[in-house]
Design a protein around this ligand. Structure first.
Ligand code: ATP
Ligand SMILES: O=c1ccn([C@@H]2O[C@H](COP(=O)(O)O)[C@@H](O)[C@H]2O)c(=O)[nH]1
Length: 236
């Protein structure tokens, strides 16, 4: 029995690279989709936001010296590519997914319209929100918080490269220790970089909890959805 009826999953773009230098690693994508499939089969309504780090990192060199907003639009377009690839993999795995973009690209993907997204969720379709918030100077973490609040998700699940929120970046500080629970205020005050402060603040204000866990750990997403002990809960 799932602990939540409706969830917003933020999938790491960078994790999609697998062991490659950039881009989409097919086997990794399929594995991530199968993890999502498992939770839809539990009866959860699922929306997804995917990052763009796997593609944007590959082109970031070319964005040096560009104005920030233009580079950010490139980053948002990278998330559209990831979203299309994700939805197509979902289709191949027998799921029904719809991509909705915050930036109008009508020939490619339907625009984000909140009532339509709610309708898809009620129909049991997975909704993939592409192009972040549609605004530069933000991130897909903030898009996850924003869309999560808009659709009335009970929790935002940040599926990332580390297995929770640590006292410091565990990739840089081997002495860092993991929190089981942490409040939004503490995460913001301590400037913990696992998620940006805008996303933390939005979730705090909307009383929308976040669970941070590893997308590389097999079965972790399902365990989170079943309410089992996994990762770090960020709460009001
Ligand atoms: N205090 C911390 N606890 C845990 N991770 C941290 C912390 N500080 C920094 N990090 C880093 O934050 C990263 C996760 O956040 P980030 O938003 O960069 O990645 P992502 O969401 O997985 O990727 P993308 O932006 O491509 O979707 C982790 O890989 C970790 O190295
Ligand atoms: O609302 C948004 C979301 C994203 N961006 C830009 O896209 C890249 C990729 O997103 P990640 O969250 O880092 O995976 C991001 O670095 C921004 O440049 C944006 O401008 N607005």
């Amino acid at each position: 029995m799932p602990a939540y009826k409706r969830i917003l999953i933020k999938l790491s773009g960078e994790a999609l690279m697998g062991d490659d230098q950039f881009g989409i690693n097919r086997a990794t994508m399929v594995r991530m989709v199968r993890e999502v499939h498992e939770v839809t089969q539990l009866g959860c309504e699922v929306a997804v936001v995917i990052g763009g780090g796997n593609i944007f990192r590959g082109v970031a060199g070319g964005s040096v010296g560009m104005d920030r907003a233009t580079a950010d639009y490139m980053g948002m377009l990278a998330t559209v590519m990831n979203s299309l690839a994700l939805a197509d993999t979902m289709r191949q795995e027998g799921m029904t997914a719809r991509v909705m973009s915050a930036i109008a690209i009508d020939q490619v993907v339907e625009p984000y319209v909140r009532p339509k997204a709610l309708q898809y969720l009620e129909e049991g379709k997975v909704v993939v929100f592409a192009a972040g918030t549609g605004n530069p100077f933000f991130t897909t973490d903030t898009a996850a918080a924003l869309r999560g609040a808009e659709i009335g998700a009970e929790i935002v699940l940040k599926a990332t490269k580390v297995d929770g929120v640590y006292t410091a970046d565990p990739k840089k500080d081997p002495a860092a220790t993991r929190y089981t629970n942490i409040s939004f205020d503490e995460a913001i005050t301590k400037n913990l970089q696992v998620m940006d402060a805008t996303a933390f603040a939005l979730c705090r204000d909307q009383k929308l909890p976040i669970k941070v866990f590893s997308i590389f750990k097999s079965g972790a997403l399902k365990r989170v959805v079943l309410g089992e002990d996994e990762g770090t809960l960020v709460h009001v």
